[in-house]
Design a protein around this ligand. Structure first.
Ligand code: ADP
Ligand code: ZN
Length: 290
């Protein structure tokens, strides 16, 4: 049985064919331009493939309310041309197989729970720290969808003492994404994030803001694992800094051994590595037929 997967990102799209064991057999990737051009390439790739279901992990926000008139639409994105574009409807016009649309990060959380570092756990949060910050929430064995979907990147954080940076979020300025996304790091320090040396003080500040986010997720969702992916998390020195600050901020309040003794296994990178996004989409396809 073959499954189709689309990782629909604001920068690039990845399309793949894979198996129910999470193995990717074929893939292509291309830059995200206009919906017409980008989706044209998607449809060309899948039109001759024999697949049973498809999963789509999309950038967002997206409307996932099946009773809404705009179900399947990418809604308020600042990405030019894509605001109010109905990606699900476009795919359904061309394909008859079942299609499961969710956020890219919900997909990644499901992928990690299916084949990655959260296998056998019924509760995990996947956070990506890249051009934006977003998180997928898997709880009680299900992806969380409420009124819309969780927006873990736009939570409010306390400023570090003396931090005067205004923040990069076009909606909130200094929310978590505004203070800690890749573009925020770059604007704050005037250099590409990947060019900053490993011991630059940017990373301690970055860990401070991300740790606040994690503390809030721990207190609200109580996930059994937190997975941190995305371009910025390629800076591996962030992991120990974040773990230390999470412990300090919680100050012993959540007294569980995952935090007190095994935090190195609790806050981890994605086991699926750079495949977290596309395998996540594949997992969404699998979920649709299971
Ligand atoms: P996207 O969020 O667009 O899907 P990424 O997760 O790759 O893509 O995130 C891109 C952001 O991550 C950019 O702001 C980039 O500067 C930053 N980034 C990419 N690689 C690194 C790295 N090795 N170290 C620090 N930041 C990085
Ligand atoms: Zn925001």
């Amino acid at each position: 049985m073959l499954l189709g997967a689309i990782e629909a990102g604001g920068t690039k799209f990845v399309c793949a064919i894979g198996t129910k064991d999470g193995e990717i057999l074929e893939r292509i990737s291309f830059p995200t331009t206009t919906p017409k051009e980008t989706m044209g390439k998607v449809i060309d790739f899948f039109c001759d493939k024999k697949i049973e279901a498809m999963g789509v992990g999309s950038f967002g926000p997206i409307d996932l309310d099946k009773n809404s008139k705009t179900y399947g639409c990418i809604t308020s994105t600042p990405k030019p041309h894509w605001s109010n574009y109905n990606i699900l409807e476009e795919l359904k016009e061309h394909f008859d197989f079942p299609i499961n649309l969710d956020t890219d990060v919900n997909g990644a959380a499901l992928g990690e729970a299916t084949w990655g570092s959260a296998v056998e756990l019924d509760s995990v949060i996947y956070l990506t720290v890249g051009t934006g910050i977003g998180g997928g929430v898997y709880s009680g064995g299900k992806l969380v969808h409420g009124m819309t979907h969780p927006e873990t990147g736009h939570i409010l954080v306390r400023r570090a003492l003396g931090d005067k940076y205004k923040g990069k979020c076009p909606y909130h300025g200094d929310c978590l994404e505004g203070m800690a996304s890749g573009p925020a790091i770059e604007e704050r320090w005037g250099a590409k994030a990947y060019e900053l040396p490993e011991d630059h003080r940017a990373w301690d500040l970055e860990a401070y803001y991300l740790a606040q986010g994690l503390v809030n997720y721990i207190l609200i969702v109580s996930p059994k694992k937190i997975i941190l992916g995305g371009g910025v998390m390629k800076q591996k020195q962030l992991f120990p800094l974040i773990r230390e600050k999470v412990m300090k901020l919680l100050n012993g309040y959540v007294s569980h051994k995952n935090i007190l003794e095994d935090i190195d296994q609790y806050i981890v990178p994605p086991k699926l590595g750079d495949n977290a996004g596309i395998c996540g989409a594949l997992a969404l396809g699998l979920e649709k037929i299971q």
